[in-house]
Design a protein around this ligand. Structure first.
Ligand code: 8YV
Length: 323
């Protein structure tokens, strides 16, 4: 099976390999301007062998894996455009060695991911999914629902005070939360209290929100020690990458009451979520929807496509990944 663009596209249009199931309107934009090879590296090795020497661009998502070996298969590759802010799955070093540009979609999704972090915090502490079920299942008639945990005025810890971390902090201010954070370096300009490690931060907060980039530097940063420090009254919220949390340690901590609960939008092996997590009552689980609204996906699509357009028009890239 090959999914090459039909002949309406200019035969001289650049070839692009799409390596993820991208948002359909983004695919429409690509089809209008490029010769699109949609995931043929996975579905049709012979078609990929034939097209690889012509491929000049890769369109990827935030979850995509584009490793050194795949990059090496495409000698004419010039640019990798990520539809997402996170690019931890892209071997940027291998790309740079070949002078291949890498772009992503920062800023346009800050509000959306920050909104979801707050929503998960409220959902898990106030037991919104459980309360919804309580009404639907007719249990209300037997008596009031169990009490929940107050969020306003609680202590919030943010792991990773970047663009989205700051957007979360601004929202938390309006909930009168006290705010502390950890990151590689203290941020001189930040009004919030800095703690030097995730464990030190966890020990001082009620809600620990993880919004740090994925990749080798943060793999399993939230481990059994951090969860023990968060303690039996503490909640973990992860809107970053599943790789940042030791999922096995988290499941154990949730099962044993080492922590009170968790709100999780990301998982170690998406879209596979361990049965043990799904079986727990003290978690709220969402399927990596941090940026998933019409408005934000449109903005991400415009930026991700805009980077490809700019590159092939010989113009400066709109949002290259940082050096
Ligand atoms: C995904 C994300 O890119 O921005 C990121 O880093 O993880 C998400 O926004 C999005 O789900 C598209 O796959």
């Amino acid at each position: 099976m090959t999914t090459e663009t039909p002949a309406v596209v200019d035969p001289g249009a650049p070839d692009v390999l799409v390596v993820a199931k991208l948002w359909p309107p983004m695919m429409e934009s690509l089809h209008a301007s490029f010769r699109v090879h949609d995931r043929i590296h996975e579905t049709d090795p012979a078609a990929f062998d034939a097209a690889a020497p012509r491929i000049r661009a890769i369109a990827a998502s935030g979850e995509s894996k584009v490793g050194r070996e795949l990059i090496a298969r495409m000698p004419a590759l010039e640019i990798i455009s990520v539809f997402g802010v996170g690019y931890d799955g892209i071997d940027v070093t291998a790309a740079r060695e070949r002078g291949i540009h890498v772009t992503h979609t920062p800023n346009v999704l800050n509000d959306e991911v920050a909104d979801l972090a707050i929503a998960l915090m409220l959902a898990v502490a106030r037991r919104i999914p459980q309360a919804d079920r309580y009404v639907r299942e007719g249990q209300w008639k037997q008596g009031p629902a169990p009490l929940a945990r107050k969020v306003s005025g609680a202590r919030l810890g943010i792991v990773g005070l970047g663009r989205i971390g700051n957007a979360i902090a601004r929202r938390a201010e309006s909930f009168d939360m006290s705010i502390a954070y950890t990151s590689r370096q203290p941020k001189a300009e930040s009004p919030y209290r800095y703690l030097p490690s995730a464990a030190a931060l966890a020990a001082e907060v009620d809600f620990l929100v993880v919004i740090t980039p994925g990749g080798a530097a943060t793999r399993k940063l939230i481990d059994a020690e951090v969860l023990a420090a968060l303690g039996p009254q503490g909640y973990l919220i992860n809107v970053a990458r599943g790789s940042v949390v030791d999922e096995a340690a988290l499941i154990e901590a949730l099962q044993n009451g080492t922590i009170a609960g968790a709100g999780l939008d990301v998982f170690e092996n998406e879209p596979n979520v361990p049965d043990a997590l799904c079986a727990l009552d003290n978690v709220v689980l969402t399927p990596h929807i941090g940026s998933a609204t019409w408005q934000t996906r449109r903005a991400m699509s415009d930026l991700s496509f805009g980077n490809l357009q700019a590159h092939f028009a010989g113009q400066p890239l709109l949002s290259p990944v940082p050096q």
